[in-house]
Design a protein around this ligand. Structure first.
Ligand SMILES: N[C@@H](CCC(=O)N[C@@H](CS)C(=O)NCC(=O)O)C(=O)O
Length: 157
């Protein structure tokens, strides 16, 4: 399999971590791309974004979540998500992490625009999203979990 990716792309990093966790490194050839060579991978991803995975059957998978799902289906599953309300807390954190990546990448692209047409209001909105999402997970845990973890903390000496 070939993974088109870059070391600075957070979505690529997400996939590379999963490859490592699943022990699939020896089955995957990484093809590092940059903004210019993105153009060389339209077959792998008509959206010209990374990461993109080309499977051994020559199927092109164009999105990090899709690639992770594919790799998990091929390999042993990673730890199962918890059930019940903890499941939704875990998925909420996952979604917030995706949102942080989206906002960070959107900011980088905005900053690459020619000086003078960079919209600071847009950048502020993205950094607000990142800040709130980074602060959110603890406050978004189900109350019962917060109470349990507070109870399990040993009292100050
Ligand atoms: N939803 C996609 C997002 C991929 C993405 O936006 N990748 C960025 C690099 S971090 C990219 O290739 N951007 C190129 C562009 O927008 O021109 C995923 O999860 O893979």
């Amino acid at each position: 399999m070939k993974l088109y990716c870059s070391l600075t792309s957070p979505y690529s990093r997400k996939v590379r971590v999963v490859i490592d966790e699943l022990g699939l490194g020896d089955q995957i050839e990484e093809v590092m791309t940059d903004r210019l060579t993105h153009r060389r991978i339209p077959r792998a991803n008509p959206l010209s974004k990374i990461p993109a995975l080309v499977t051994d059957h020559n199927e092109a998978l164009p999105d990090s979540s899709l690639i992770v799902e594919y790799l998990q289906a091929r390999a042993r599953p990673l730890a199962q998500l918890p059930r019940g309300s903890q499941r939704w807390a875990a998925l909420r954190r996952l979604q917030l992490a995706e949102g942080i990546m989206d906002a960070a990448v959107a900011s980088v692209l905005e900053k690459r625009r020619p000086e003078g047409i960079i919209y600071s209001g847009f950048l502020d909105r993205q950094s607000g999203r990142i800040r709130r999402a980074v602060e959110a997970p603890v406050s978004m845990l189900p109350l019962c979990l917060c109470a349990r973890s507070a109870l399990s903390k040993s009292p100050p000496a």
